[in-house]
Design a protein around this ligand. Structure first.
Ligand code: F3S
Length: 283
């Protein structure tokens, strides 16, 4: 059985930087280290940090009870309002928002100041999208699928700037903007799907189209991992979504020759290694 592990699997640049930032603070023996939300959607990493004393703040209301310490903003950023509240809290704020996400904040702020309406293609409840939306100073809409784009009732006399969540499914983004174009909206498109996501999805799709079995490793709450699963499942019917090796109960078809493995941006290397080793040894 041939086993292929995607080259673009696991931590992306932005996640690596955010996680390293927290570990650096631990090494500096700073006390009272907090992250605003879990630093990544990976329970293994979050519980390791917890054991080392790092606490997770879930909302600005919790800031009141904290006298001193350091708070790290995770890679997908926070809303403008939360950012301001953190700055005013008196805590030492380390902003590990990925520069690719910050770029979207700037685009949205600038474009909406110019009078454009903003359309964000992404999942409305995702913290990254909540952050992006908060930088609009005028009308802003979130569209999470081509189906929702069909239902969109905008004003064709207005100008729209369209951006995307950094981890959005690139094929669905294309489909979505085609609909806006065909309906006749005046749109300026800025494809802000980040390179790391694009490469990861393109490679996963290519491997899945050849593989008999595909394994996607990612946190259950990780939206980029779920999108990766969607893409792979579309090409390979035997696609498995697992968080760690413990979840893997493979049923390999008799004729299977190729197993592909990929992983979302919040999956640590050691988990990918473990799964890979297990598959190579047992199949
Ligand atoms: Fe940044 Fe792209 Fe990762 S936006 S956090 S490098 S998926």
């Amino acid at each position: 059985m041939e086993v292929i592990v995607a080259e673009h699997a696991g931590f992306c640049f932005g996640v690596t930087k955010a996680v390293e930032t927290v570990y650096e603070q631990i090494e500096k023996e700073n006390s009272n280290i907090y992250t605003y939300g879990p630093i990544i959607h990976n329970e293994t990493v979050v519980s390791d940090l917890e054991k080392k004393g790092v606490k997770v703040i879930e909302s600005v209301d919790e800031l009141e009870g904290i006298g001193s310490g350091t708070v790290v903003i995770r890679s997908h950023g926070v809303t403008k309002e939360v950012h301001q509240k953190l700055e005013q809290s008196g805590l030492n704020v380390i902003d590990a928002t990925c520069p690719f996400v910050k770029r979207i904040h700037r685009i949205v702020e600038d474009e909406s100041k110019k009078g454009k309406s903003i359309i964000v293609v992404g999942s409305e409840s995702h913290p990254e999208v909540e952050g992006i939306v908060s930088y609009a100073t005028g009308p802003v809409y979130v569209i999470d699928s081509p189906e929702k784009a069909m239902e969109f009732e905008g004003d064709k006399k207005l100008e729209y700037t369209v951006v995307s969540q950094t981890t959005f499914n690139k094929n669905k983004f294309q489909e979505t903007i085609e609909i806006f174009k065909n309906v006749g909206y005046n749109i300026n498109i800025v494809n802000t799907i980040c390179n790391a996501t694009d490469e990861r999805q393109t490679e996963a799709e290519e491997i899945a189209s050849r593989a008999d079995v595909m394994i996607v490793i990612g946190g259950t709450h990780s939206s980029n991992s779920r999108k990766l699963y969607e893409i792979c499942a579309n090409k390979c019917t035997n696609t498995y979504f697992i968080q760690t090796l413990d979840d893997l109960h493979l049923e390999i078809p008799r004729s299977a020759k190729l197993i592909g493995i990929t992983a979302g941006a919040s999956t640590p290397k050691n988990i990918i290694e473990e799964v890979q080793k297990h598959v190579r040894t047992n199949f």
